[in-house]
Ligand binder design. Structure first.
Ligand code: SF4
Ligand code: SF4
Length: 408
């Protein structure tokens, strides 16, 4: 039996006694949580050893485009003080827009940007990237500079990173460092980084669907695979070392419109998803791509509340059921090595999510073109090598080939 299948953990939840819908669950609040129009940020949290106080729900800008300064300004007016960007987001325009919108407010905000540092990236290349980010942002320093999208321990072993960090700190260009991760080997990378005390903060893909405890608490009786069972212990290890932890990918594909018919009593799916993630004691805060004023208000409707209600659980379960067969859990990477042609399956399916779930075709295309490999081989492959490779039963071949056609 394949290793990944051996450690598969199917949970036939109907067999779990007492887990019927409507029964009060330990650890779940039964009170109704206020939701609806945002009253702004309700809670600021300390981001681990950085000591920075940031809004519990903060601004992700991976899809921020020219002319969208008003979104950043609205978020700021609502109390959001942490803005996360990256050199690669919308080809650098995300940084420019944030810089424009936050002009004159530098002392009131906390800024993070990122660069993907490879196994052979030189320290002067990283410094150049940082300086270009500062130029686009029109700022003198970055609060947290992240090594972006770390998916391989070998990248963390590049000694040029620490050389760069020493120099950038000495020059006052960065205050703290971080790593972000949402792809294969995430738990191994977090573990290595924590063991070697490499970062002050981490930005990690974390949502109810990545959390094994969600499946243990589900109230419906359908089969799911407990996922990312290695991540919670390494997050706890990071927390024990006072590393600040920010969650991303909280909405698990963000098919918000699909969920509107199921939202009752004021709470929305997005708010339920935030509450689940922020209920995790190892998570300090969350960021999310903020693409409209309405969404900012909706997301902030969950600020300050971490208690997950029965209604929240029902929404999360509904969403899991709707997306189970198409949502790749990216960081599980159980399919690694299944493709003899080297297709980076998890990354390809992540870019597909940007197009089909977020509805952001141009972001999907730019992320796809940044991948080290592609899914071009899927166009001529009969799909047999990867047919049973996904431990979540995602039809890899059926999704990867069309993704290449759509995004290449
Ligand atoms: S369809 Fe073929 S080429 Fe594509 S991922 Fe599967 S095995 Fe690889
Ligand atoms: S395709 Fe399946 S096995 Fe591969 S990363 Fe996605 S969820 Fe995991």
């Amino acid at each position: 039996m394949k290793k990944s299948l051996k450690r598969r953990s199917f949970l036939r939840l109907g067999a779990l006694t007492g887990l019927a819908s409507g029964i009060s669950l330990p650890g779940f609040a039964t009170d109704k949580v206020k939701s609806g129009t945002s009253a702004g940020v309700q809670r600021y949290v300390t981001l681990g050893r950085t000591g920075l106080k940031i809004a519990d729900i903060s601004f992700g800008s991976s899809r921020l485009r020219n002319g969208e300064e008003h979104l950043v300004e609205h978020a700021f007016d609502q109390g959001i003080n942490y803005f996360d960007t990256a050199e690669s987001y919308t080809g650098g325009r995300s940084e420019v827009v944030i810089g424009n919108a936050l002009k004159g407010k530098r002392d009131k905000v906390i800024l993070a940007t990122k660069m993907a540092v490879g196994t052979r990236t030189r320290s002067d290349t990283i410094m150049h990237s940082l300086e270009e980010s500062l130029r686009r942002l029109r700022m003198d320093y970055i609060d947290i500079f992240f090594n972006h999208s770390v998916n391989d321990v070998a990248r963390l072993k590049n000694p040029e990173w620490s050389e760069f960090v020493d120099k950038a700190k000495q020059q006052g260009k960065i205050r703290f460092t971080g790593m972000s991760g949402h792809a294969g080997h995430l738990a191994e990378c977090v573990d290595y980084a924590v063991e070697h005390d490499m970062f002050d903060a981490m930005l990690l893909a974390q949502n109810f669907g990545e959390d094994p405890s969600f499946y243990e608490r589900m109230t419906r009786s359908f089969d799911f695979v407990a996922n990312q069972y290695k991540l919670p212990p390494v997050m706890a290890k990071a927390k024990a070392k006072n590393v600040g932890i920010i969650a991303m990918k909280v909405l698990r594909g963000a098919r918000l419109n699909d969920m509107r018919p199921y939202e009752k009593g004021g709470a929305t799916y997005a708010q339920a998803a935030f509450r689940w993630t922020l209920n995790n004691p190892n998570v300090d805060a969350a960021i999310v791509s903020m693409t409209s004023r309405d969404k900012i208000d909706e997301f902030l409707g969950a600020s300050g509340t971490t208690a997950v209600t029965q209604e929240d659980m029902e929404l999360l379960e509904q969403y899991a059921q709707l997306t189970n067969m198409t949502y790749c859990r990216h960081a599980c990477n159980d399919c690694e090595g299944a493709c003899p042609y080297g297709v980076p399956i998890a990354d390809v399916l992540r870019t597909r999510m940007y197009a089909t779930d977020y509805g952001d075709f141009s972001f999907a295309k730019s992320e796809y073109n940044l991948l080290e490999g592609s899914a071009s081989a899927c166009l001529t492959c009969d799909g047999s090598p990867c047919r049973d490779a996904c431990t979540h039963n995602i039809p890899i071949a059926e999704l990867c080939g069309p993704t290449h056609q759509m995004l290449s």
